[in-house]
Structures are given as C-alpha cells and as structure tokens.
Design a protein around this ligand. Structure first.
Ligand code: GTP
Ligand code: MG
Length: 282
C-alpha cells in the first residue's frame, strides 16, 4: 500500500549506499511487492508496466509505506484489505554517486530549521529519522576496489551519526539512529556472506580511521588524553584510540549497527529480514 503524498511528519527511514548497490531496486520491491512475472521468469524492472525503473539515481525519492503496528506484517501484505492498524512511514532513496552524497548526509546532521527549499522532502523534520539502511553490493565487495570505496562512504555515514549523537553540547542529543547494513545481491554465487562482509568492513574502516587520523596521532595526542575527546571536526570513528575498529564501538554513541544479508532480485534470501528491521524501527 503506497502512495506519494505529503510527507510532513511521518517517521522516515533513509536508504544510502554506493551507486549500483540496489537501493532503488529495494525501494521498488518494498513499494510494490515482488513484481508479478510469469513463474520462472525474472521480474522486469524496466518494462513499461514498471513506472520506476532502476537506473543511476540523480535525485532523492521517497515512498510512503505501511507496516502493521506490531511491525510484523510482510511487505507483500495489503494492509488495507486485512484491516490491520498500520503505521505509515517514509522510505527515502538517495543517489549513491559520490558527487551527490552530500544530500544524503545532510539528513544526518542534528535537526535544525530547514533552509533548503530546493528538495521536496526537506520539510521532513530530521528528528523523525528512525533508521538508516546502508545498502551494499556483496558481490562487488569480493573484488578489489569496491571494499575501500564502500567502506569510505560507510565511514562518512557512521561519522555523521556519531557527530550527531555527541555533537550537541549541553543539549540533549537527538534520538540515536540505528543502522542496518544490507549486504545485497546474495543471490549471486560470487557474493560474500554477511559475516565476511562485516569483518571486511570492520577491517577496512579501521584502516581508514588510521589514515584519516594520522595527523592527530602524530601530534602526540593519545588515548589517555581526553583533551582530544570527540570534538567537532574530529574524524575518529568509534572508541577513541582503540587499535581495531568494530561496529560494537558505535554503541558508545548509542548507535546500533547490524549486518544482514539478503537480495532484492534473483533466487536468494530475499528482503524479508530487512523489511522486518525497517518495520520495527519505523
Ligand atoms: P544508484 O541509484 O546509482 O545509487 O544505485 P542503486 O543503489 O539505486 O542501485 P539500483 O537499485 O539501481 O541497482 C543497480 C543494479 O543492481 C540494477 O541493475 C539492479 O537490477 C541490480 N540489483 C539490485 N539488487 C540486486 C540483487 O539482489 N541481485 C542482483 N543480482 N542484482 C541486483
Ligand atoms: Mg538508485
């Protein structure tokens, strides 16, 4: 059950991640359920019957979705037909292209009066953001370049959330935003399983953290000096001064991070676990 409509005060969940990861494909799946295709045939995402074909996104888009109030309904359920009481929320798609990411990240800065009249959903109070889904291509991650590029974007996202949680000095921080890392395309046999996606990302985020903080460490500021703390502009992600990065360190900032495998297309584990995560937090 979906409709594009005024989305002023609905809770929202943000889809981010590198280009080609499958964000728009996931949005389309959750919006309309598995596209009906004759048995044995791959659903076409580009056919004329499909108003939202996936292609490199250049502008953010949002759809309104509904989940039963206990968060257990399937995205295939027609809640209007079952008469279930539903909560409505927005799923916001963002472009993954490196040059267009600033918009996605701007959602994560602490709530402030919106000054940009240019984007249609900027009226959405940022404090209504209930969760963030970082979609990545687990098959692409298996080879070379994709891991550093994917991790670099994830680093920026997690750091923005960390700053959001720790930035507001003196004032109460906005509600923490949980993160789901959706390891997509597990229908492909080349895809890394979720556990490996997780450990590879943690290792790579640790490397990035070292590189980006080199100046800081060389200046003699160590783990024991709490002068450094987590200041504005500090690029240290997670537990300050720790050697290895792990997603658990984000809990210090109240940020829960979970890696869950799945697939939007093909014969894979599907998207049900992601939907469940989204539905419970929206
Ligand atoms: P940008 O808009 O550029 O940020 O990319 P995106 O994350 O929106 O990617 P999109 O949804 O356009 O998907 C990219 C390609 O991956 C499309 O050709 C999809 O059909 C394909 N794709 C998405 N999900 C899956 C999946 O689970 N398995 C397979 N095999 N392909 C997928
Ligand atoms: Mg897209």
């Amino acid at each position: 059950v979906t409709q594009k409509s005024t989305y002023t005060t609905l809770p929202s969940v943000l889809l981010v991640g590198p280009s080609g990861a499958g964000k728009t494909a996931l949005l389309t799946l959750l919006e309309r359920g598995p596209l009906s295709a004759p048995a044995g045939e791959k659903p076409s995402l580009t056919g004329p019957a499909s108003p939202a074909p996936t292609h490199t996104s250049q502008a953010p888009a949002a759809v309104e979705l509904a989940v039963s109030t206990d968060g257990t309904s399937s995205f295939r359920d027609d809640l209007d037909a079952t008469g279930a009481t539903a909560k409505r929320f927005l799923l916001i798609d963002t472009p993954g292209h490196a040059k267009l990411r600033r918009l996605a990240l701007s959602h994560l800065s602490p709530a402030k009066p919106s000054t940009s009249p240019t984007s249609s959903y900027s009226a959405t109070p940022k404090s209504r953001l209930k969760g963030l889904v970082f979609v990545l291509d687990a098959a692409a991650l298996a080879d070379g370049d994709a891991l550093p590029a994917t991790a670099a974007y994830l680093y920026d996202v997690l750091l923005a959330l960390q700053k959001r949680a720790s930035g507001a000095k003196g004032s109460k921080p906005p509600p923490a935003i949980p993160v789901l890392i959706a390891a997509n395309k597990l229908d492909l046999f080349t895809a890394l399983p979720a556990a490996l996606v997780k450990s590879n990302l943690e290792a790579e985020l640790g490397r990035i953290r070292k590189t980006r903080s080199r100046g800081l460490l060389d200046s003699g500021v160590g783990a024991d000096d709490d002068v450094a703390g987590i200041e504005e502009g500090d690029d240290w992600l997670g537990e300050y001064g720790s050697d290895k990065f792990s997603f658990k360190q984000m809990l210090e900032f109240d940020i829960e991070v979970e890696v869950v495998g799945g697939s939007v297309l093909g014969d894979g584990p599907g998207a049900d676990r992601w939907w469940k995560w989204i539905g419970q937090r929206a």
